[in-house]
Design a binder for this molecule. Sequence first.
Ligand SMILES: Nc1nc2c(c(=O)[nH]1)N[C@H]1C(S)=C(S)[C@@H](COP(=O)(O)OP(=O)(O)OC[C@H]3O[C@@H](n4cnc5c(N)ncnc54)[C@H](O)[C@@H]3O)O[C@H]1N2
Ligand code: MOO
Ligand SMILES: [Mg+2]
Length: 396
Amino acid sequence: MISYEEALGEVLDNPLELGVEKVSLLESHGRVLAEDILADRDFPPFNRSTKDGIALDFSSYEQGRRDFKITGVLAAGMPQQTLNDKEECLEIMTGAVLPAKADTIVMYEETEIENGIAKILSQPKKGQNIHQKAADIQAGEILLKKGKTISTSAIGVMASVGKSYVLVKRLPKIAVISTGNELVEISETPLAHQIRKSNVISLSAALKSKDIEHQLLHLPDDKLAITKEIKQILAEFDVLMLSGGVSKGKFDYLPEVFEELGIEKVFHKVSQRPGKPFLFGRNSEKTKVVFSFPGNPVSTYANYHVYFLPWLNRSLGIPLPSEKVVVTEEVVPHEFLTLFLQVKISWNENQLQATLVKGNGSGDLVSLALADGFIKVPKGTTTFEPGSQFEYIPAK
Ligand SMILES: Nc1nc2c(c(=O)[nH]1)N[C@H]1C(S)=C(S)[C@@H](COP(=O)(O)OP(=O)(O)OC[C@H]3O[C@@H](n4cnc5c(N)ncnc54)[C@H](O)[C@@H]3O)O[C@H]1N2
Ligand code: MOO
Ligand SMILES: [Mg+2]
């Protein structure tokens, strides 16, 4: 059995080359940019007024003039005008184009306007209140680099250069598969010996929150049926994400079925709790990967966050986030297993602190909903004191 660290290393060593696709700008939020976005023009595209006031020729002020006759009003959206006479000025609004032959803007608050004459009350500096053409970026320069995760502000930047469609990294297409004869649909009333399938519903919600295309499928505890179906599913999807049927039981057929279908087992079973009987595999062409999670609800859920999400980030070229929290109580490690303990998170003096959520093992679905995430507790024999720091894996 391999350690958690080795297992994560193997998972991260098997990213998929997913390619790229074009999506509409509004659909691109959270996706990974697959092209550089260039400035299609200078930013700003013209000398732009940053204040409401008057535009004048500074040399006239320098020569002692303080009163300027107003000969027009410039609004944002008007084509560029010209200041025809040094002794005159033009009123100008924020965002309007600086007129030719003017070089300085004085805001209204620093003037007194009477009978069409603006009197300057302040001591303006040459060139003030002008956002110079190309000061932010020049046409042809890179505004956003490929590889960036698209934020809402990046969407605004792309809108400003007229990108209504944008090239992004493709997301994997995933089959989310429940296994087991005991499972019924959520809309059904289970008989005494049955339960509703919940694991795959959480997985589906988690994938939906990332806009990942996926399909919910179900397999009975019947080896022939499983083999036939998985063969078809493999042809259609990039990733198989299964829950259950992967441990030591008489009806846990998945490990042998994968082998028969040519799925290479990268590892099966990790020295961790929960989630020990996890199997990770891939096809020989390395175009498909299989996350076969143990069926206990907490195991499936923990392993999705511990392995699948980092794998997804690696496949998309996104840096892996790392967060630390401090525990409020003693934490007892396991001598041989890495533990993923459920915690509730709160803020304490600018630091995230974690309080353990006590549950009844990895079959306890109820405690799972009370937790915000997991802390990773390395194996060992020394109890951690309150205040010790742990890696935190948020679960959303
Ligand atoms: N002899 C051994 N027995 C078990 C071992 C072991 O090492 N040796 N490991 C235990 C651990 S740890 C786990 S975790 C489970 C994993 O079992 P499987 O992956 O084979 O899952 P199943 O047997 O199919 O189901 C286990 C449990 O989970 C429930 N389940 C499954 N799918 C769903 C679903 N979609 N929604 C809700 N609940 C689900 C299922 O009904 C079972 O109660 O094995 C231990 N045994
Ligand atoms: O790996 Mo299991 O999840 O401890 O029940
Ligand atoms: Mg089993």
